[in-house]
Design a binder for this molecule. Structure first.
Ligand code: WT7
Length: 690
C-alpha cells in the first residue's frame, strides 16, 4: 500500500518532517480503467499544464472551449482585459446557454440517463431524476418564471433546502437568462433580506419547509419575514417539500407545482453572450457588508466542466457525489454546473453526515455506487473522531477519487480519509479555490501528481500562482495609480518560500465584478498587488514546488468551511442594546478548523447581573444567529471592561488572537497599547481565573 512507499519530505516550512509522498493511487495508475485523462506521471501533468499558460495558451483554451461546450454563436476572440483594469473577458463574442449545455444536449442523446440522484433526508425516500425529466422540470419552471415577468438580465433570489428542485431552479434561471442569487438556507431572515435587497430582485423561490437531520426548517416563514422589508419583491414561488402548514400571502405567493401544471414543458433557451452574468453569490469579505460576487456564462461553465473532468477524472457513466450545499460556490460548481456539463449523474445530498448514524455518507456511496466523493475537512475530522467502524462494512469499491475543499486539511484527517474511505486505492485531491475563482485553482491531478497530505500540490490548467513577500509593493487604494509605476510586488521565486498567494494570469472563471460595486472588486482583488489577483490566503512552496495553503491572512475566518467575516459578526453584536465595543477573532479548533471568539465591552448605562453572565452571553449568541445565521454563532464570548487598543484607538486583535491561542507569554512589544493593564485582564479572563 502507498503508505509504505511514502518517503520523508518537507512540509513547506523547509524542515524535514514526517510528511510522506504518496504515488499515483492504484485506481488511477498506469493501466487502470478507465484511462485517466492526465497521466501517468508528473511529467505528463507538466506538459499539459505548459500548454494552458503563456504563449500559445489562447489556442489551447479555444480548443477546450469548442470541445467542451456547445456554442450557439462561435467565438472568434479568446480573451481580453487584464488585472490592472479588471475588465477581463473570455470568448466575448461567443454566445451559448448554460441550461442547454447542462441539460438539453444530454437529454437529447440519453433521455433516460440519470442526471440527479436525490438522496433525501430520510434514507431511502429519495429518487433519481433522468436528464429527460430534468429538462421537463427546468422548462416548466422557466415558463413559470417568464409568466411572472422575469426577463433576461433580471435577478431571482433562491432560498431553498437541498432538494433536487434546487438544481432545477438554478437551471431554469439560466435557461431564460435570469441571474440567480442563491442564499444558503442557513442564513437568517435579516441576512436574506439584505441579500435580496442588494440585488433588487422581484421574485424569490423557496419551499414550505426544509428537512435536514430529521428536523424541519421553516424556510417559507423565514422568507415571509425577510420579504416584509424587501420593497421590490412581488412574487414568491413556493415548492412543496414537506406539505407542512405555511402562511400564505394572496397575490404574492404561488405554488411551484400548481403553476408548473399550467405551462408548456418546453421553453426555448435564451442565447446568452459569453460575458452575460450567470449568477451572483454573496460571500464575506473583510468589511461588514457581504459582497455579491458575479460570475459570467462561458468562462465559468468552461472551468466548471474542465475541473470536474480533470481534477476528478470523470468519465461517462460516473456518479459524482459532492456533499456541499447548493447555497455555497462548491454546490454551484460541483453539484450543479460542473457534473451536468459533463453529462454525468450528480448527487443532491439533503441530510447530514451523522443522520441517522455516522455511516450515512458510506451508505449513500454504496447505495448509488458513487465514483467521486467530495467533502470538507471538518466532516472528515468529525467522522474520524466518531470511529472508523462506521466506514467498514460498506461497499466503497465504486470510489476512485476523494476530494477535500474549504480549508486546509490536516495530515491526520487526510491519512484517515485515504486509508478508511479510499482503502489506499483512491486518489485524494485537496482542492484549493474560492467563491471568486469560480473553480479549482490548486489541486493534484489524480492520474499524474503524487500527493502529500496537507498540500494542495500544483496549479490547475491556466493558473500561475505566485507567492509574494507580504509587505512588499502592497499598494493602498489611494496610491494605486502611482504604485503601478513605482513599486512592484516582490514575487518570491524558487522553492522553499512562504508569503501571500496571488494569481498571475486571468482564467476563464474568475469573478468579473462585485454586484453594483466594481470599485470594491478592484480594491479587494486587483489593487493590493498591482498586476496580480490577490487571494487573501497565505501559502508556502516547498522544496518540490508543491503549494501549501496556510489559510486567510485577512479578517476572514473559516469555521467548518463556512467563510465568515469578523467585521460582519462584530456588526451583528454591536446591534445588541448593551454592547459598546467588540472584537471578533478566529481561534483554531480541532473539529471546525477555526471557531469564533468574541470580546465584548458593555455600555456603562447597561446593567446586567454579573453573577449570571451566561444569560447575557446567550443573548449575544442569539443576536448573531438572528442577524447572520446559526453557523456564525460565537463559540465563546468574553465580557471585558475594555479592549486592547493603540493610542489612536485601533483595536489590537492580534493580542487577543495570541492569548486565545495560548501564546499570551509571547505578545512581543506592547509599547503601543494605550492601557497595558487590560492585556492582563484579558489573559485572566481567557484562563478562567477572573
Ligand atoms: C477560502 C475560500 C472554494 C469553495 C469553498 C470555500 C479556504 C478553500 C481550501 C483548501 C486550504 C482552503 C481559503 C479560501 N480554502 N479550499 N483546499 N485548503 N484552504 O469557498 O467560501 O469562498 O472560501 O477557503 O482560505 O480563501 P469560500
Amino acid at each position: 500500500m502507498s503508505t509504505e512507499n511514502g518517503s520523508a519530505n518537507t512540509n513547506g516550512n523547509g524542515e524535514a518532517s514526517a510528511i510522506k509522498t504518496y504515488p499515483v493511487a492504484p485506481r488511477l495508475a498506469e493501466g487502470a480503467q478507465p484511462t485517466p485523462h492526465v497521466g501517468p506521471d508528473l511529467d505528463s501533468y507538466k506538459a499539459a499544464h505548459a500548454k494552458s499558460v503563456g504563449e500559445g495558451s489562447d489556442e489551447w483554451w479555444a480548443e477546450q472551449a469548442r470541445k467542451t461546450l456547445a456554442w450557439s454563436t462561435p467565438f472568434t476572440t479568446v480573451r481580453s482585459g487584464d488585472f490592472s483594469t479588471g475588465n477581463i473577458a473570455w470568448f466575448p463574442d461567443g454566445a451559448l446557454n448554460v441550461a442547454y449545455n447542462c441539460v438539453d444536449r444530454h437529454a437529447f442523446a440519453n433521455p433516460d440517463a440519470p442526471a440527479l440522484i436525490y438522496e433525501a433526508d430520510e434514507p431511502g425516500s429519495g429518487r433519481t431524476i433522468s436528464y429527460g425529466e430534468l429538462l421537463s422540470e427546468v422548462c416548466g419552471l422557466a415558463n413559470v418564471l417568464k409568466g411572472l415577468g422575469v426577463r433576461k438580465g433580471d435577478t431571482v433570489s433562491i432560498y431553498l433546502p437541498m432538494t433536487w428542485h434546487a438544481a432545477a431552479a438554478l437551471l431554469a434561471c439560466a435557461r431564460i437568462g435570469a441571474i440567480h442569487s442563491v442564499v444558503f438556507a442557513g442564513f437568517s431572515a435579516e441576512a436574506l433580506r439584505d441579500r435580496v435587497n442588494d440585488c433588487e430582485c422581484r421574485v424569490v423561490i423557496t419551499s414550505d419547509e426544509g428537512k435536514r437531520g430529521g428536523k424541519s426548517i421553516a424556510t417559507k416563514a423565514i422568507v415571509d419575514q425577510a420579504v416584509k422589508e424587501c420593497p421590490k419583491v412581488e412574487k414568491v414561488v413556493v415548492l412543496k417539500r414537506t406539505g407542512g402548514k405555511v402562511n400564505w400571502v394572496e397575490g404574492r405567493d404561488v405554488w411551484w407545482d400548481e403553476e408548473i401544471a399550467k405551462v408548456p414543458r418546453f421553453c426555448p433557451c435564451e442565447p446568452m453572450g459569453s460575458e452575460d452574468p450567470l449568477f451572483i453569490l454573496y460571500t464575506s469579505g473583510s468589511t461588514g457588508k457581504p459582497k455579491g460576487v458575479v460570475h459570467t456564462t462561458g468562462g465559468y461553465l468552461l472551468c466548471a466542466a474542465l475541473t470536474v473532468k480533470y481534477v476528478f477524472d470523470v468519465h461517462p457513466g460516473d456518479r459524482f457525489g459532492c456533499m456541499a450545499d447548493v447555497g455555497w460556490i462548491t454546490g454551484h460548481t460541483y453539484i450543479v454546473y460542473g457534473p451536468l456539463a459533463n453529462g454525468v449523474a450528480t448527487v443532491i445530498f439533503e441530510s447530514t453526515p451523522v443522520y441517522p448514524t455516522p455511516a450515512r455518507y458510506w451508505e449513500t456511496v454504496a447505495r448509488h455506487k458513487i465514483t467521486q466523493f467530495y467533502s470538507a475537512p471538518t466532516a472528515v475530522r468529525l467522522l474520524r473522531r466518531l470511529g472508523s467502524h462506521h466506514v467498514s462494512g460498506h461497499d466503497l469499491s465504486s470510489l476512485r477519487v476523494l476530494g477535500s475543499v474549504g480549508e486546509p486539511i490536516n495530515p491526520e484527517a487526510w491519512e484517515w480519509y485515504n486509508e478508511n474511505v479510499g482503502r489506499g486505492q483512491c486518489a485524494v485531491v485537496d482542492t484549493f479555490w474560492q467563491t471568486e475563482t469560480g473553480s479549482i485553482v490548486v489541486t493534484p491531478f489524480p492520474g499524474a501528481v503524487p500527493t502529500k497530505p496537507g498540500s494542495a500540490t500544483v496549479p490547475f490548467f491556466g493558473h500561475t500562482p505566485v507567492i509574494l513577500d507580504a509587505m512588499s509593493g502592497k499598494a493602498s487604494a489611494l496610491t494605486f495609480l502611482l504604485a503601478v509605476y513605482l513599486t512592484s510586488p516582490q514575487i518570491l521565486e524558487g522553492n522553499n518560500v512562504e508569503g501571500v498567494l496571488a494569481l498571475a494570469t486571468p482564467w476563464p472563471s474568475i469573478a468579473r465584478t462585485i454586484w453594483q460595486d466594481h470599485a470594491r472588486y478592484l480594491d479587494t482583488y486587483m489593487k493590493p498587488y498591482p498586476g496580480l489577483f490577490y487571494t487573501g490566503d497565505g501559502a508556502a512552496r516547498d522544496a518540490d514546488g508543491y503549494i501549501w495553503i496556510r489559510g486567510r491572512v485577512d479578517d476572514v475566518i473559516n469555521v467548518s468551511g463556512h467563510r465568515l467575516s469578523t467585521a460582519e459578526i462584530e456588526s451583528a453584536l454591536i446591534m445588541h442594546k448593551g454592547v459598546a465595543e467588540t472584537a471578533v477573532i478566529g481561534a483554531s479548533d480541532e473539529l471546525t478548523g477555526q471557531a469564533v471568539y468574541a470580546f465584548v465591552t458593555l455600555k456603562p448605562e447597561f446593567s446586567y447581573d454579573p453573577n449570571d453572565e451566561g444569560a447575557l452571553t446567550k443573548e449575544l449568541v442569539l443576536q448573531v444567529r438572528k442577524v447572520i445565521g446559526p453557523f456564525a454563532a460565537p463559540k465563546k464570548i468574553y465580557i471585558v471592561p475594555d479592549l486592547p487598543k493603540t493610542r489612536s484607538g485601533k483595536i489590537m486583535r492580534r493580542i487577543m488572537r495570541k492569548i486565545v491561542a495560548g501564546e499570551g507569554d509571547q505578545l512581543g512589544d506592547l509599547s503601543t497599547v494605550a492601557d497595558p493593564s487590560i492585556v492582563d485582564v484579558i489573559k485572566r479572563r481567557v484562563a478562567g481565573t477572573l
